[in-house]
Design a protein around this ligand. Structure first.
Ligand code: F6P
Length: 341
């Protein structure tokens, strides 16, 4: 294939004169990160760039855990959960000294741009690093929490939601058999997207999310009425976080005291929510955004997160993506509550 044809397919001219790109995954791993690594690697090689895999996130950049990638370096990883590059939450990168070491290693390998795959902490780190050393950096939204603003979804979110759905369906089986009330804690850090949408998907009785003040009295009534009416189980999904009622455990305890006749249990799903083979939606999102990240770099864009809105790939300035103001759709709460009567 001629270079002209390549440019037509990839829709790029190397306006930024970038010669190489380093890829790292940072923060909590998310299913689909491997598909993103594959997409960035192959798109960049296709465009004639050198590609470097950086292991263990920013910490690996500081410690020089860097090797050159070929197309085969990312063979057969699209279906695998976790991240072949490993990940870390680096405290050292938060210091100017740590970032100086990271930059020195980029220079040593001749890496002139970066693709960072991670959540808001990783994108915050990228923002500082890019400004400090004038490095072109593009981000990919890799987190199960879906808490980056401007994008409808993040890589890993759909898979985590499906994992939660499988678990909650199973809990429903046992809850119904014993006529029990369950509080189920899911991840999401300070965001309720995983909790709310998985509650809808599993027909839960209610949800407790950080974005909404817990209506404890309303919750009590809802559960009590449900059991009185004929419900043979009640499931409430609770986002991990600083809930004043003590999260899923605290709520279960309170409910036991409130309704001594009810059989109440608590289940914390934990890290199993982060694992597993990515869903088709996450693989496609990772592939599309990974390809677009290389396009963006070559077009001279920097400090942008590649997201998706209404099925269109968009570039979101880092500052907007990490603003922590991604709202929950209040209609979704209505849907959940109306359908669980
Ligand atoms: O950000 C992803 C996430 O899984 C959050 O939902 C959760 O709060 C956190 O990471 C858990 O982090 P760790 O794996 O360090 O316990």
């Amino acid at each position: 294939m001629t270079d002209n044809n390549k440019e037509n397919i990839l829709n790029i001219q190397n306006m930024a004169e970038i010669k190489s790109v380093g890829i790292l995954t940072s923060g909590g791993d998310a299913p689909g990160m491997n598909a993103a690594i594959r997409a960035v690697t192959r798109s960049a090689i296709y465009a004639g760039l050198k590609v470097f895999g950086i292991r263990r996130g920013y910490q690996g950049l500081i410690e020089d855990c860097i090797s050159e990638f070929e197309t085969q370096s990312v063979s057969n990883i699209i279906s695998r959960g976790g991240t072949i590059l490993k990940t870390a939450r680096s405290m050292e990168f938060k210091t100017p000294e740590g970032r100086a070491k990271a930059y020195a290693n980029m220079q040593k390998h001749g890496i002139d741009s970066l693709v960072v795959i991670g959540g808001d902490g990783s994108i915050t780190g990228a923002t500082i690093f890019s400004k400090e050393y004038n490095i072109p950096i593009v981000g990919l939204p890799g987190t199960i929490d879906n808490d980056l603003a401007g994008t409808d979804s993040t890589i890993g979110y759909d898979t985590a939601m499906n994992t939660i759905m499988d678990c909650v369906d199973k809990i429903r089986d046992t809850a119904t058999s014993h006529a029990r009330l369950f509080f189920i804690e899911v991840m999401g850090r300070d965001a309720g997207f995983l909790a709310l949408n998985s509650a809808i998907a599993t027909g839960c009785e209610d949800v407790i999310i950080p974005e909404e003040k817990t209506q404890y009295e309303q919750l009590k009534m809802l559960i009590d009425n449900g059991f009185r009416k004929s419900k043979s189980s009640a499931l409430v999904i609770v986002t991990e976080s600083k809930d004043p009622n003590g999260g899923a455990m605290g709520l279960a305890q309170k409910m036991k005291e409130e309704f001594p006749d009810y059989d109440v249990r608590c289940s914390i799903l934990g890290h199993l929510q982060r694992g597993g083979s990515p869903t088709a939606a996450d693989r496609i999102l990772a592939s599309r955004t990974g390809y677009a990240a290389v396009e963006a770099l070559l077009q001279g864009q920097r400090n942008v997160l590649i997201g998706i809105r209404n099925d269109e790939i968009i570039n979101i300035p880092f500052a907007k993506a990490i603003k922590k103001d991604k709202p929950i759709d209040p209609d979704l709460l209505k849907v959940l509550r109306v359908l669980s009567i």
